[in-house]
Design a protein around this ligand. Sequence first.
Ligand code: HEC
Length: 506
Amino acid sequence: MKKLLLAIIVIILAVPAYLFASGKIGLSSVSMILNVMTGSGIESPSLQTVKGRLQLPAGFSISLYASDVPNARFITMTQNRDLLITRPHMGEVLLIAADKSHSNRSGERTTLLANLNRPSGIVVHKGWLYIGESDAVGRVMFDESTGKIQGDYHRIITGLTDDGNHPYKNIGIGPDEKLYLAQGSTCNVCIETDTRRGAMSRFNLDGSDEQIVATGLRNTMDFAWAPWNGELFATDNGRDMLGDDYPPCEFNHIKQGQFYGWPYFNGNNRIDPDFNEAPAELASNPVAPAHEFKAHNAPLGMSFIDGASLPDEYNKMALVALHGSWNRSTPDGYEVVSLHWQDGKITRKDFLTGFEQDGDIIGRPVDVTQDSEGAIYISDDYAGAIYRVAYGEPQQVLQPVITGQTNTEQTAFELVQPEWLTEQNINALISQGEKLYETLGCLSCHQNAANNSKLNLMNLHQRLQYEDVIHKLTNPTAPMPTFPLGKSDKQALASFLMDRATRYEH
Ligand code: HEC
């Protein structure tokens, strides 16, 4: 046992040491790799860091939905807005309930399943919760309305191999009511003895009747069916040790019986230098990626997004989490990108960026899911965090403008008008707020507070959004008392304070 432990420690230290010594990576990457390999990660960022660093397209806002969830990997959302998370290192599935009174924060946590073997893929389907363990797929009855499991967890597919490099198993249920399973390769490049590694297969929902769907997939970490035509797409990680910029990671359009290249071909079907030629039956028809990501970007989780509550450009869109490179001389990836299907082409745009800045890494996105109200959730196994991204929720919309003059760096926020504030009601809200402000005695503490940054409400608009003010009134920090205020009272106070602050801005 001791020898095994020692061997593991030696390997853990040897890989980053080798990459560092050979100049493949920098020092910051060494500590990142150590954190990743030992599964320790870093502490979750503060809300301030999230707001200040992470960038989204106009109209989207971000909040730190849950922190302190080390090793948060694949996620799925129930109809009831319970978030289910696999944590392979802990061998568990965690349920994080929604906080019913604050859409942008999470509530209670429950361990739904424990003692699993490196759980990764997770699907809720028709009263069952399915889990991809490293050596099995199991399921348990699950009631989405209560968030509770019933009865025992049963392994319905067993005997999967989980040796080598890519032991995690990822699952999905297709429009054909079949259970799909992707099994990563054991190695960087090799010919597998277990032909189901580096391939995707399909089963009945009870685990019976296995069929191979596609082969030549090095490490497909997630896949999903386009809601507009039911076609299957999958992420795939390209091989290592051919330099910083080759080969690309892949986004594949999966079709029954097709071969996707690995280990003989990379990217757009270029023959791999370790082989130089492929067996005749495979050489004739490898399928090229539907879209290429940059080398080592490590696309992991993906999700097609329901664009009903989004602008037109987000129709026919998927989000893909790029976990980021670990063996590239300068880090790359570390973002969530959007893929857009238009005129028979897939184009890519940045969606959530800023996890990596000049080599400083604050997070690594793993998976993406969406709730019934349209909000998007992103897991981060490095910072142990879940982020929530929503469209048209003004409180967190953030366009940080770094003014960085002299020695004080300031982050200015663009104040966004909330939906409940209209031209029709603004004046009534302001005067109602002014009255409340006087009658409730807010002035007793907030007057003459020009030098105290928290008490000085005259520059409130430089640090808080309307919804933040409402939040402060709902959950005040002592010694500020909790006032018995209704929703419209809080909106009135927020309107008055913001109006006053912006009006007297000098
Ligand atoms: C007993 C003193 C007291 C009273 C009364 C009081 N506050 Fe406060 N308030 C504070 C203190 C102290 C803070 C700073 C708390 C902190 O450290 O975050 C604060 C913070 C705030 C903030 C957040 C400011 C920021 O930048 O974080 C808002 C908004 C606010 N108060 C509004 C009100 C309103 C509106 C009322 C009246 C309904 C009120 N306060 C009454 C003491 C008071």
